[in-house]
Design a protein. Structure first.
Length: 323
């Protein structure tokens, strides 16, 4: 089969190589999956660079989120078990973690449902307890993780402010349903949030960016507001001033979604059922901006790493169903 492999760490476009390899053999408790579509996530770039919290042995195939077909013909979504990731014609996954693909979504959309939407759901509902009528601010609102949070926030009845970089991404954020869009390249984010909220600030802030975005969050959060830290796409990990959190009376919450798979997997299953229902209602629908063939995966991962994409890019192997 064809599979992308990383033999040394570095930038995705430089270290990902498309090779012919034998299909992987599932281990105990694992299943072999025929990849129908693989969604590109920022962690795929971090894996290539050797900067992710998990460092699989070299060589490995990246691709942490797929829609696939089981050997008995079921259409499922899964997080492949590295080193046999999803940028290949076949992958393996832990059988216990394989979930049914929502019928309301095509292959590429289903591949993009799991990590980003689970992260958004746990962050907004489990950690921040977002309530209808509250104001939610989403950084990088036009990106893969941010776009999921925007849709989940709207589904929860929140007023959603999206922060983006550039006019093209601002248009995407509006199409996603943001009530207010702030272009950080053209506007003062803090002033714009204060103006939009009558000086109160945002009740919940969803931050997958870190760096300057976090600094803005601390100044734009409301009394008894909650900042949920879900990642550091900027590459800069901030050091919060805890005296500021005390004086202003807000909470800083961390969300590492992967921990729920081991700490409380029933919550992951419950979340999937709710996401499936929201998809059936049309309340959420992953924004898939591109569908590329397997041969274009390395370039696509690099573009996601560089932050120049909107929504999600799905890799569709030629042996899979058209997505």
């Amino acid at each position: 089969m064809q599979a992308w492999q990383v033999h040394e760490n570095g930038e995705p476009s430089e270290v990902m190589r498309l090779t012919e390899v034998e299909p992987p053999t599932p281990g105990d408790g694992q299943v072999l999956l025929k990849v129908r579509a693989a969604n590109i996530n920022f962690p795929d770039a971090l894996l290539c660079r050797g900067q992710y919290q998990v460092r699989p042995p070299l060589p490995f195939t990246p691709g942490v989120e797929i829609c696939a077909e089981t050997e008995d013909g079921r259409r499922v979504i899964a997080n492949p078990a590295l080193p046999y990731g999803g940028f290949a014609e076949y992958a393996v996954a832990d059988a216990a973690a394989v979930l049914p693909a929502p019928e309301a979504l095509d292959d590429a959309e289903a591949a993009a449902l799991h990590i980003g939407y689970q992260t958004g759901w746990f962050a907004l509902h489990r950690r921040a307890a977002l309530q209808a009528g509250e104001t939610l601010l989403v950084h990088a609102a036009a990106g893969g993780v941010g776009s999921a949070a925007v849709q989940l926030g709207k589904a929860a009845g929140a007023t959603v402010i999206g922060v983006v970089g550039g006019a093209e991404k601002a248009a995407v954020a509006r199409e996603l349903g943001c009530d207010i869009v702030i272009d950080r390249r053209a506007e003062d984010v803090i002033a714009a949030v204060k103006e939009a909220t009558g000086g109160r600030g945002a009740d919940v802030i969803y931050d997958p960016v870190g760096g300057e975005a976090y600094a803005q969050s601390a100044k734009a959060v409301a009394f008894e507001g909650r900042i949920v830290v879900v990642g550091f796409a900027s590459g800069s990990i901030p050091s919060p001033a805890l005296n500021h959190a005390l004086v202003k009376n807000y909470s800083i919450l961390g969300l590492h979604w992967g921990l729920y798979n081991t700490k409380n997997p029933k919550l992951v299953q419950n979340c999937h059922e709710q996401l499936t229902e929201l998809a059936a209602q049309g309340a959420i629908k992953p924004l898939v901006s591109e569908r590329v063939p397997l041969g274009a995966a390395a370039d696509a991962v690099q573009r996601v790493a560089d932050g120049v994409t909107t929504g999600r890019i799905a890799v569709v192997p030629q042996n899979g169903a058209a997505a």
